[in-house]
Write a protein that binds this ligand. Sequence first.
Ligand SMILES: Nc1ncnc2c1ncn2[C@@H]1O[C@H](COP(=O)(O)OP(=O)(O)OP(=O)(O)O)[C@@H](O)[C@H]1O
Length: 418
Amino acid sequence: SLLQKRRCAFKVTNPKNHGYSAAGNVTGSVQLCENTDCCLAIYRMTNGQWKVDTLDEITKAMVVVVVILFLTVPIVIAVKWRKLCKEKKEYLQSVCKDYNIQQQCSCQIKASENQITDIELQGVLGRGHFATVYQGKQKGSVVAVKVYAANWKHQFINEKGVYELPLMKHERILQFLGTEWKPDDSSLLIVLQFAEHGSLHSFLCKHASSWMLSMRLCQSLSEGLSYLHSDLRSNDMHKPPVAHRDLTSSNVLVRADGTCVLCDFGSSTILRSCSGHRFWRNHSTTMTGHLHFCTLNYMSPEILEGSVNLSSSSFLLQGDIYALGLILWEIGMRCSDLFTGGAVPEHLLPYELELDANVTLERLILFVSEMDKRPSIPGNWEMLPQGLGLKELLTDCWDRDTDARLSAPCVVDRLMSL
Ligand SMILES: Nc1ncnc2c1ncn2[C@@H]1O[C@H](COP(=O)(O)OP(=O)(O)OP(=O)(O)O)[C@@H](O)[C@H]1O
């Protein structure tokens, strides 16, 4: 029977000794395969003679382990590799939003939103990729109303989710006043504080500013980002860090007092904490989008290359710091005190001068990633004490090495010292 003890037979192709040999035994001369059909042997050549060594139980077990490892390791590697490729694909999809991904959200919009009743929409303040922002009136106050068409439901949910986090009320974050649902066309509305000067981008196009006013813009913007990135606990409430992920001068607004507030959290990621370790659930992987929705100019080299550490959430925050450096450069380039004796240049987007207005992904990868270049800083900045300090700050924000970049609170401190 199969369970019977059997001898282990080997075909030994020794020039002197053709034919079958039988050998092996835990105790002596016969190898017994007790419960399996396996047959193990080690050959040794001694003085031109093949000799079959006996295998004791330990050696046999070790050989079995080696055989199992030999068979399973490639399978494990293949499975891990597939998982890594899948994660990388998902990550790239979320970063560039350039794939159509099935929408999976089960959120019930209609049940949770109010019906629009008391808002009067007036002129358009701005149009983004996902929404149109109107000036509006609610109970006699001027408000901004961000209107999402029904097909951008996921952006709406993401943005609402960030605004509704505990402790999100902060003077450097655009104030959230509520959401509404318009039954006639199913559009979704977010009611927000009105920012009198509109986006920082349009502000910089219209105004050059003194050093003090420029620093006010820089400082308030960095404070906003520092708050957004912070992990705060107060009276049973917890605000996890949030990575903005689409920080641009169009997604920063300027209030009447010349301070900045952060807005547009439609692409943001909340970094949830799980047993002391941060993890990030990529909300955007469920969103539909196209490559041209990315604000390419502000994408960090590691995001352009897709070479980010997927196991760490800090790379998302470090990506925001890179973008912050570019926006601080935009503000500095419109600072009249940094161009004494010469005209202040017109407002430029980062890399607009080097790569023209139509920046493409390929040209950006070549310039920012492969050539490791950044927007040029005028030579005369180094002659001015503030200019030199600002230059050092920018380089420390947009460093290629993500770990060498400053944290948002450090940027606030450095600006304070300037
Ligand atoms: N609260 C506000 N007060 C004044 N203007 C605003 C306000 N909110 C938005 N805007 C204007 O509307 C524009 C678009 O807003 P927002 O960035 O929120 O839309 P979006 O569709 O999410 O844009 P994006 O293409 O950046 O994702 C802003 O750049 C700004 O000019």
